[in-house]
Write a protein that binds this ligand. Structure first.
Ligand code: SAM
Length: 274
């Protein structure tokens, strides 16, 4: 079993269950995963009662992740991916997509929730090009200096820094823009940033209602304005089509109705450090 309670570096999943929901497990509920508890399902249900499209939204987020990672690995020659707030393993993980395009591509998954490490270890036993690290991106310099990050990622070469569905779990007072700025300074020219986030929809009340539910029941879940999201990309060159609803980022199929909450609630973009 990957969860050996006698090994301090391999925390037991059971020992970590403090009875509180976590973002990783609530998201796992949205993706119909199996790694969640009743407390997580309660938050998911409360969220879905406000915004029933959340399962569809989670799928859009996973789908754009596959399109972006494939594009960067197959067409932009990116060989290193730092996937921050990677979540529990699911279908079409970053390493699968990147290494399908380039078997030598290196991937480091970072997540604050040790359940991700416990599951990742088992999945990645035979994959020397992929690592899972438990770290907190609110301390970005510590995270960047983690031995498994520094031994696996060469910061003299371009890196794709992925902040996919994680910055809304960073509170305003924890300075998400400052975190992104630190990461931007840590990577060389030619690196990419791939960011997706919950987005405030001024024409519907659901986005603000969902924020209230998440902040009260999970403790995180800031729904940010398009202007706030744009600031994450400051100093970077956005790839076409810019910061857009996720299904509209280089779609592989025709989007028949782009006006729905399901399409618009998460937006994101990909940008290159000049
Ligand atoms: N990136 C994946 C995706 O978009 O499919 C998973 C997104 S999930 C909604 C957000 C993840 O961010 C969770 O797994 C959570 O544990 C992680 N997370 C939240 N705060 C974090 C922090 N301060 N440092 C590292 N990971 C964090």
């Amino acid at each position: 079993s990957p969860a050996d309670p006698t090994d301090p570096d391999q925390p037991s999943i059971v020992a970590l269950d403090d009875g509180k929901p976590t973002a990783a497990r609530v998201y796992d509920v949205m993706l119909d995963g199996k790694d969640n508890y009743a407390v997580d399902r309660q938050v998911a249900e409360a969220s879905l009662s406000v915004m029933p499209e959340l399962k569809e939204i989670a799928l859009h987020n996973r789908a754009v992740l596959r399109r972006v990672v494939h594009h960067l690995a197959a067409e932009q020659g990116i060989t290193q991916f730092l996937d921050l707030g990677s979540g529990l393993p699911t279908v079409g993980n970053t390493h699968e997509v990147a290494q399908a395009a380039n078997p030598d591509a290196k991937v480091v998954y970072v997540d604050i929730d040790p359940i991700v490490l416990a599951h990742g270890r088992a999945l990645l036993e035979d994959n020397p090009n992929t690592k899972v690290v438990t770290a907190d991106i609110r301390k970005p310099l510590d995270m960047l200096e983690h031995p498994e990050v520094t031994s696996h990622i060469d910061f003299d070469k371009p890196v794709c820094v992925m902040l996919v569905g994680i910055l809304h779990h960073i509170l305003d007072e924890e300075d998400p823009e400052g975190i992104v700025a630190t990461l931007r300074n840590a990577v060389p020219s030619g690196s990419y940033f791939f960011i997706t986030n919950f987005t405030r929809l001024s024409d519907t009340p659901e986005s603000e209602e969902l924020e209230r539910v998440l902040l009260s029941q999970l403790g995180t879940g800031r729904v940010r304005t398009p202007a706030e999201l744009a600031r994450y990309f400051e100093g970077l060159d956005l790839l076409a089509p810019g910061i857009v609803p996720l299904p509209l980022w280089r779609p592989e199929e025709i989007i028949t109705d782009a006006t729905t909450v399901g399409v618009r609630f998460m937006t994101g973009g990909v940008a290159r450090k000049p």
